[in-house]
Write a protein that binds this ligand. Structure first.
Ligand code: PAF
Length: 324
């Protein structure tokens, strides 16, 4: 049906006739409108509209209003949802190779991560989603993930022993926390805050952009700045929707997504600069892992790194690590 509407739209445009109704574009994302997701989505809409006028009626569905990230991606595949911005949480269930970016401590810093994603390795990875009925237009960002929990501050792998830590449904992350001795509990985001509140899990891990905008200080005592893994996002549209667009519209959506990704990065830069202090002021105990403490964790991850090399190829991992 959506495809028919989009094709009708294209036909009307080509014939130079005025459209009765703009085409609805639903954009689903996990967090509130005032988060980095909202910043990325609003910029995406603003730039796209600036290029193609009011041919589309963008409707945002923040705060997981369309379901968890897996459900929203499946909605894009079915053509019931037109667009989304999602974390890398469930992406490797669709394109396994993308999991390489989820390897702990792979990226040295933001500059390294952003340059790999914007370069050939990152762009080739986006193209792989087309086989899954998904058009991946640009990378966005959440930041580096940190651990919050209600048991005790984390200083060494021993502090993770048996910790019921919610992870995303992400096999690379799950393996890392299993290797470190934690009890990783994969769970879709919409269930996390109530599970923390009820104590069915002890903690979770997310970047400061998420910790602050989701007010995790209200349900978590300790925040350890582990920076254990970089967390990218992807701006997607449904292939079914995409096929109904003109070339000009496709270009507008693509440019909008790239600008949306940059807006997310700017938001994240600010969250990184101010988030830890904000959480401390709000009552959390905040500690930061030293370089030496991170080295101990990396050493403990050795068996997981061997597994990642087998899964993704040691050469690709090295290429990413060596990138400037
Ligand atoms: O932890 C997650 O599931 C993700 O980081 C979140 C919070 C949904 C944002 O994409």
């Amino acid at each position: 049906m959506k495809k028919f509407v989009a094709l009708t739209t294209m036909g009307a445009l080509l014939a130079g006739t005025a459209l009765a109704d703009p085409v609805e574009v639903k954009i689903g994302y996990a967090l509130a409108e005032n988060s980095h997701y909202g910043a990325g989505s609003k910029k995406w809409i603003e730039v796209t509209e600036g290029l193609v006028g009011d041919r589309f009626d963008f409707v945002e569905f923040p705060a997981s209003a369309l379901g968890g990230e897996r459900e929203v991606i499946e909605g894009l595949q079915l053509g019931t949802v037109e667009a989304t911005i999602v974390s890398s949480g469930v992406l490797s269930n669709f394109v396994p190779e993308v999991g390489v970016f989820d390897i702990p401590f792979l990226f040295r810093d933001f500059e390294h991560a952003r340059s790999v994603l914007d370069g050939p390795i990152g762009q080739e990875m986006l193209a792989k989603f087309e086989d899954q009925g998904l058009i991946a237009l640009a990378w966005g960002e959440q930041g580096f993930r940190h651990i919050t929990n209600n048991r005790a501050p984390i200083n060494a792998p021993a502090d993770l022993a048996g910790l019921k830590l919610r992870t995303m449904e992400n096999p690379v992350h799950i393996l890392a926390f299993q290797t470190l001795g934690a009890a990783p509990t994969p769970m879709a985001w919409p269930e996390v805050v109530s599970a923390l509140e009820q104590g069915t899990i002890d903690g979770q891990e997310n970047p400061l952009s998420v910790i602050v905008s989701s007010k995790l200080n209200e349900v978590q005592k300790n925040l350890t700045l582990t920076g254990h893994v970089y967390a990218p996002n992807v701006f997607f549209v449904s292939q079914i929707f995409w096929e109904g667009l003109t070339d000009e519209e496709k270009e507008a959506f693509r440019k909008g997504a790239v600008e949306g990704g940059l807006a997310m990065r700017a938001f994240v830069d600010n969250a990184e600069a101010t988030g830890a202090k904000a959480m401390e002021d709000a009552g959390m105990a905040v500690n930061t892992l030293s370089v030496e403490q991170k080295e101990v964790i990396k050493e403990a991850l050795a068996p997981a790194y061997a597994d990642y090399a087998e899964t993704f190829g040691a050469e690709l991992i090295q290429q990413i690590s060596d990138a400037k």
